[in-house]
Design a protein around this ligand. Structure first.
Ligand SMILES: NC(=O)c1ccc[n+]([C@@H]2O[C@H](COP(=O)([O-])OP(=O)(O)OC[C@H]3O[C@@H](n4cnc5c(N)ncnc54)[C@H](OP(=O)(O)O)[C@@H]3O)[C@@H](O)[C@H]2O)c1
Length: 334
């Protein structure tokens, strides 16, 4: 079978040559495990941290190792009670960029297609659903009536944050690269937004969209978008730092924007770092609510499926160039 292994830690923006496509022995079933074949592989911005040589919040991939990453897979052999060949399973991180994996049940969930299609299990019913849910409702303590600004709004986490904000009685404002993506956010129920590539003075335009200031900022991007929002904080603003996707090309360097201590002081604002994994104890409850909203049609996602296991590195790098439109996945099987 085939595997993508990391060849070297990238300097600056990752390149396809940072990985190597290798042949490997098909892994053998061990007692208490399942062997499954990937159908859909995940690509996501957190992977930029995993391939860095620097310390991060989770152990990184070292050169020569199989690349980390989740997948939806079909079980081919099982020595686990309750999982039989033919079942679909999802692994959030541990499957890896390989065609087959042998995994313990602790790192798998069974996919129930009655709750959502396979792709949803790497999106709203996967890590990104609980990221949007806890980052907005718990960390930012979003309340009805809040103006909620979301960066990378047309992406996987962003489109969920905007819709949950609407369900919770907020007014979601999208920041995204293009008018087409902004139109999609409006279709999802975002009240307004800016296509930042076509916007001159982002801070001034945002001030027009949120004349009373921004109550909640769900920041997926860092960089210039962050700076524009920080100039528009409402009294008591809450800022969730969820990701720094705009810094993928200079991951190990500081974000060289302005400093906003004065604005934070005047607004008595709170800025808080967020990691979904700190909320693992609440995943089941959150997923029940997200699943209900999905079934009721109150949450939708757009998917961007790239065909071919051989395209995994380019599909990931494309996220850092804004070339995905919705949740990007790589189809590697049937
Ligand atoms: N903290 C956590 O526990 C946690 C968990 C999951 C995800 N996250 C974070 O959530 C964020 C979104 O992840 P996702 O999986 O949903 O990815 P995504 O939004 O589907 O894809 C990445 C998006 O980032 C935007 N982007 C790329 N380069 C940019 C730049 N230079 N400036 C501004 N925006 C840029 C692009 O949107 P535009 O076209 O709008 O530019 C692109 O579509 C990431 O920062 C990720 O690290 C955090």
């Amino acid at each position: 079978m085939k595997q993508w292994r990391l060849r070297s830690h990238p300097e600056g923006m990752p390149q396809v040559a940072d990985w190597e496509l290798c042949e490997a022995e098909t892994p053998r079933l061990r007692p208490g495990t399942v062997r499954a074949r990937a159908l859909l592989h995940d690509v996501a911005p957190y992977m930029r941290g995993r391939i860095s040589g620097r310390a991060n919040y989770a152990a990184g991939v070292t050169p020569g190792q199989v690349m980390t990453g989740g997948a939806v897979a079909r079980v081919e052999e099982s020595d686990v009670e309750g999982i039989v060949p033919g079942d679909l399973v999802v692994s959030d991180f541990q499957f890896g960029w390989q065609e087959q994996a042998v995994l313990e049940p602790a790192v798998l969930r069974k996919v129930d297609t009655a709750l959502g299609p396979p792709e949803a299990w790497l999106d709203v019913l996967g890590l990104n659903g609980v990221t949007a849910y806890f980052g907005l409702l718990h960390t930012a303590e979003m309340r009805a009536g809040d103006d909620v600004v979301v960066s990378a709004a047309a992406g996987s986490v962003g489109q969920l944050v905007g819709q949950i904000a609407g369900i919770a009685g907020g007014r979601a404002i999208a920041l995204t690269s293009t008018p087409e993506k902004l139109a999609w956010c409006r279709e999802l129920g975002f009240a307004d937004g800016l296509a930042y590539r076509d916007t001159g003075d982002l801070a001034a335009e945002l001030g027009r969209l949120c004349p009373h200031g921004v109550d909640v900022f769900f920041d997926n991007s860092a960089g210039a978008l962050h700076d524009a929002v920080m100039r528009n904080l409402a009294l008591g603003a809450r800022i969730t730092i969820c990701g720094q996707v705009s810094l993928a090309g200079r991951f190990d360097e500081p974000d060289m924007g302005e400093r906003f201590l004065r604005q934070i002081m005047i607004a008595r604002a709170r800025i808080q770092g967020f990691l979904a994994i700190d909320h693992a104890a609440g995943y089941d409850t959150a997923r029940r609510r997200l699943g209900r909203w999905l079934k009721e049609g109150r949450i939708r996602s757009r998917y961007d499926i790239v065909d071919g296991f051989g395209r995994l590195p380019e599909a990931l790098i494309g996220l850092f160039e804004s070339d995905n439109f919705g949740k990007r996945l790589v189809r590697s099987g049937e």
